[in-house]
Design a protein around this ligand. Structure first.
Ligand SMILES: [Zn+2]
Ligand SMILES: [Zn+2]
Length: 285
């Protein structure tokens, strides 16, 4: 913030490479720092779809950069770009629960900086079942929060046909009948439609990661004043409560600038100063 209390990017436009109404959630957040969010006309589905017609390649960050590259081709003079990417599956730490991993990449092409933020949430209805003629459709629909949350119907063994964005009993019923006939195994696959506009639970996680982006944009480098001064890594050494030996768990964190070489070592933000003896490799080998 400068002396007028305005963000350095206030009054600028950010082009958001998105297709599924995510701007409805992110534009109001970006407007808090005076950034106008405009949808960039890019077919982001060509970089991968949840329903499997187009497989994703590379890391999340690679995919985000591809989306931004495509938006920059259409808007060659623009300075700011934003892309988002979600992925779903077992939680990275607690493997048996489903999780939603949301990531945002904000690019400033003038300063040549990137701000990357992510959020992992267990708040998701992500699921997929194989459905036979005798199975109970209603309990699946109840479990995933239908019809507020849309579903996808696919014939098993036929990857080319997908009925997406279904939010009424009539369209689901018809899609299931069609998919049974098109399946080589007389089975259909029912799954949650994870596109943000069909999934209010996911939209909430996107809002969380959007808040993290605003927090990062509001954090200016103490040296060069570039937005995006944030925690870049942990520094291990948190001591054990019993023996006091340092552990591999982070004691401090390193805050780094996305533009200059300035960084600062600070204590971890959650206030934890010791690990329990149960986590200690000396007390509990
Ligand atoms: Zn110990
Ligand atoms: Zn700096």
């Amino acid at each position: 913030m400068d002396k007028d209390n305005k963000h350095p990017f206030s009054g600028e436009t950010v082009y958001f490479a998105t297709k599924h109404s995510k701007e409805q959630t992110l534009a109001p957040l970006l407007s808090k720092i005076g950034l106008l969010c405009v949808v960039a006309d890019v077919d982001t589905d060509k970089f991968g779809t949840f329903s499997g017609e187009v497989a994703r390649v590379g890391s999340v960050r690679d995919t985000l950069r591809l989306k931004i590259g495509a938006a920059a081709e259409v808007n060659p003079k623009a300075r700011f770009f934003l892309a988002s990417e979600g992925s779903f599956g077992p939680h990275p730490l607690i493997g048996f629960v489903q999780s939603d991993h949301e990531a945002l990449l904000f690019v400033d092409r003038k300063l040549k900086t990137e701000i990357y933020v992510e959020e992992v949430s267990t708040e998701t209805n992500h699921s997929e079942i194989e459905f036979g003629p005798r199975d109970d459709l209603q309990s699946f629909l109840n479990q995933i929060g239908f019809p507020e949350h849309g579903i996808i119907v696919k014939p098993k063994g036929n990857n080319q046909i997908v009925y997406k964005g279904l939010q009424s009993f009539r369209t689901v019923g018809q899609a299931i009948i069609d998919a049974f006939m098109l399946s080589s195994e007389a089975k259909v696959i029912l799954s949650t439609d994870m596109r943000a506009c069909f999934n209010p639970t996911r939209m909430k996680v996107i809002e969380k990661v959007g808040e993290k982006l605003i927090e990062s944009l509001n954090s200016l480098c103490p040296k060069c004043k570039t937005p995006g001064f944030a925690i870049s890594q942990g520094i291990p050494g948190l001591p054990c409560e019993e023996c006091g030996e340092p552990s591999r768990i982070s004691k401090d964190v390193l805050w780094s600038c996305v533009k200059c070489d300035h960084s600062e070592q600070k204590v971890r933000p959650d206030g934890i100063v010791k690990i329990s003896a149960a986590e200690c490799e000396y007390c509990n080998p």
